[in-house]
Design a protein around this ligand. Sequence first.
Ligand code: SF4
Length: 179
Amino acid sequence: MRIAGLMKNDMIDGEGFCVSLWMQGCPHHCKGCQNPETWDFNGGTEIGFIPLWNEIDNALNANGVKRNFSILGGEPLCPENILNTNAVGLYVKNNYPDRKIFLWTGYTIEEILEIGEPCNYCLAWADVIIDGRYIEEQRDITLKLRGSKNQRIIKIDHYDNGDNILMDGGNVIYVKRFN
Ligand code: SF4
């Protein structure tokens, strides 16, 4: 799979300390995108699953600090990346169920549901989705986790246990896990 980068101590993208993975390749080409180097599907670095699992395993608990996990892009959910993204998300969710997984995508949640499988399978492993393309005219640097006002922070309710407290302000909507 091709990735744009792996950051082992990210305090910006997510909640607390995170291990952050940037997927390579994005079809959206938003005006004003901060990471245009991630657009090229042939760019970035090639890495196999086993080396990536090792990197993630080591980083998630480095120095005795439990970290959450973030997947960004590029576009993690486009057809070229979705199977690899699902593999990574499921690996982390299955092996580290006590960690939160944050996912940034240029698709809206409505688009994800309309596209269906395998795109919507991200709802099985992501805990929080930040959705929507970056719209330069709606840029707002005060927003938590988002670059423009159209984007939303979406908590995925896997357990329907009422534990819906997350993040401050902004658009927070709740989606139950599908079966
Ligand atoms: S979806 Fe994200 S990575 Fe892709 S062009 Fe838009 S801002 Fe850039």
